[in-house]
Write a protein that binds this ligand. Structure first.
Ligand code: PEP
Length: 257
């Protein structure tokens, strides 16, 4: 992290967990575990759509911001099961994730759809977290950087330099998501620095230096401090541990150090 250059963001991805009543309790517990103080890092909860209203009420008076887990690229229309950027913003959502590996793996999303979704989100005033990351097979066959470069370039294909201020990239090695297998801090730093280099080539070094790049993949209270101590790791996208208030609070503390 280099808080002098860019914002540190700790975002929880609740995935398909928490009914509205469970979400209300979790938000209350998070609010207790993460007391109000002027924090250096931004805290975001990316929740299921049906929980948005409940969590919006629950985070009032805290420093936690509201996020969603996807957004469609069309403004409206015949896209059963999808959600538009305007629907999210009207509900008070500030952040959205696009291109998560679970969307790519189970729902046929691609670098191209991530780009279109990202554009729709940014155009509507959302801050968009673009996920990139290699599979285990890709890492083992030595193509990690090629994969990350392609995902970054295509994912940002329609993003102007001005728009980049509302974009965050999350490096999430697929083999580390939900597996309990974390990338080492050096592996995370290596790829996050690589992404910054790709962004510098696409735009310029100022744009790259100002971009928040998170690490995601089994980040927890035990490994967060080391991962976040790396200069190009500007926060975390956290799945499992974001559902545990004490654990999530400890990750935030690690980001504040
Ligand atoms: C994620 O869902 O983006 C994620 C990183 O999950 P986990 O922390 O559970 O690996």
């Amino acid at each position: 992290m280099d808080p002098t250059k860019r914002k540190t963001i700790i975002a929880g991805n609740w995935k398909m967990n928490m009914t509205p009543s469970q979400a209300a309790k979790l938000t209350f517990d998070l609010k207790t575990a993460i007391p109000l103080k002027r924090r250096a890092c931004e805290i975001v909860l990316c929740v299921p759509y049906v929980d948005i209203e409940m969590v919006k009420t629950g985070v009032t008076g805290s420093e936690m911001k509201l996020g969603a887990q996807n957004v469609h690229f069309a403004p409206k229309g015949a896209y059963t099961g999808e959600i538009s950027a305007e629907m999210l913003t009207e509900c008070g959502v500030e952040y959205v994730i696009v291109g998560h590996s679970e969307r790519r793996q189970y729902f046929g999303e691609t670098d191209e759809t991530a780009d279109k979704r990202l554009l729709a989100g940014v155009n509507a005033g959302l801050k968009v977290i673009l996920c990139v990351g290699e599979t285990l097979a890709e890492r083992e066959s030595g193509v990690t950087t090629q994969v990350i470069a392609r995902q970054t370039r295509v994912g940002l294909a329609d993003v102007s330099r001005e728009m980049l201020g509302n974009v965050i990239i999350a490096y999430e090695p697929v083999w580390a998501i939900g597996t309990g297998k974390t990338a080492t801090a050096d592996q995370a730093e290596e790829v996050c620095a690589f992404i910054r280099g790709v962004v510098a080539e696409l735009y310029d070094s100022g744009a790259a230096e100002g971009l928040t790049i998170q690490y995601g993949g089994s980040m927890n209270a035990g490994n967060a401090a080391e991962l976040l101590s790396k200069k190009d790791v500007d926060g975390g996208l956290i799945g499992g541990a974001s559902l545990k208030p004490e654990e999530f609070a400890k990750i935030i503390e690690a980001a504040e150090r």
